[in-house]
Design a protein around this ligand. Structure first.
Ligand SMILES: [Zn+2]
Length: 92
């Protein structure tokens, strides 16, 4: 039986294995990209995503304009920090 192991792209990977062909050479020669060996289970996937939730930012009120801003940051609305203007805000 003829096994066309040099067919491109390598659809029949079983044919490679049957003749003891080094499948690693397919990846090394850039014919095929590396793939995960097996499916990641729902449990494993969800365990990985357990820390992915977004957290609510801690906000404080700007003493100059009253808008909410990040603590220890210049106010993006008025450009004030610690009672003085540190960044010029363009008005349009
Ligand atoms: Zn402000």
């Amino acid at each position: 039986m003829h096994l066309d192991i040099y067919a491109y792209p390598p659809y029949n990977l079983l044919a490679y294995q049957k003749v003891g062909f080094d499948l690693g050479i397919i990846v090394r020669s850039k014919i095929m990209t590396p793939l995960p060996k097996r499916k990641i289970s729902r449990t494993r996937r969800d365990q990985r995503r357990a820390h992915d939730s977004l957290k609510v930012k801690n906000l404080v009120q700007c003493s100059n304009c009253g808008e909410m801003r990040l603590p220890h940051h210049a106010c993006p609305t008025c450009g004030f920090y610690k009672g003085r203007e540190v960044i010029a805000i363009k008005e349009d």
